[in-house]
Write a protein that binds this ligand. Structure first.
Ligand SMILES: C[S@@+](CC[C@H](N)C(=O)[O-])C[C@H]1O[C@@H](n2cnc3c(N)ncnc32)[C@H](O)[C@@H]1O
Length: 210
């Protein structure tokens, strides 16, 4: 049942949810600084593809879920960008240390089982001074909302493809050694969504030199 759900039911649901204007309106500003050699982790159905700046002509992506690859094909077929697909987990990346200028994650850190390892890998593959662009939902600062996020995460993991509602995104990013740039950082509830999924954090975190 679980594999049937994840193979046939979840991909169209995810595609629809990730294309929803209530969250997709945040994608373009977060991706605007993308430059140089770019890696996106958790590509999903490719909802970011049309939101990268024109100057990004090539993109490498990591996505372990092959059911989502099939769904992403429609967008991959339409793009003029060169997209190099790696069907693997972000928890262990096969790339050289210091080899990317930009790493991108949108609504992905919630779903990676060992998120601390993935963030360590992101830090490792970034060049010194490289940037991690993130847009994630996570643990609300409101105690009552956070309590419900903790309660409902076990259910959300089943229906949402491993998604946790209650991860403290900013501190996870900082624990990996990345420095969140306060000028670019933003956190807020996305309007018109249930608060348990609506607390968004976004911005730029740098691999600082020295
Ligand atoms: C909610 S979807 C978001 C998809 C896409 N990033 C977006 O913004 O539309 C979560 C994504 O995380 C991916 N994911 C889960 N575990 C992962 C892992 N270990 N490494 C990389 N991606 C992973 C899922 O396959 C899925 O594509």
């Amino acid at each position: 049942m679980t594999s049937f759900y994840r193979r046939y039911i979840l991909p169209p649901l995810l595609d629809r949810a990730m294309s929803d204007r209530r969250i997709s309106r945040y994608r373009r500003p977060v991706l605007a600084p993308a430059s140089g050699r770019v890696l996106e982790i958790g590509f999903g159905t490719g909802a970011n593809l049309s939101h990268y700046p024109e100057s990004v002509r090539q993109l490498e992506i990591v996505e372990p879920d092959t059911a989502l690859h099939a769904r992403a094909q429609r967008r991959l077929a339409k793009t003029s960008r060169q997209v190099i697909v790696h069907a693997l987990s972000a928890e262990q990346l096969p790339f050289d240390t210091g080899s990317f200028d930009t790493v991108v994650s949108t609504f992905t850190l919630c779903s990676i089982p060992d998120v601390a390892s993935a963030l360590r890998e992101i830090h490792r593959v970034l060049k010194p001074g490289g940037q991690f662009l993130f847009l994630e939902h996570g643990l609300s600062p409101e105690e009552g909302v956070a309590r419900w996020q903790h309660r409902l995460t076990p259910l959300q993991k089943v229906i949402g493809g491993g998604c946790h509602l209650d991860r403290p995104m900013r501190s996870l990013i900082e624990q990996a050694g990345l420095t969140v740039q306060s000028s670019d950082y933003d956190e807020r509830y996305a309007p018109k969504l249930p608060k348990i999924v609506a607390w968004l954090t976004s911005g730029v975190a740098k691999k600082t030199v020295g």
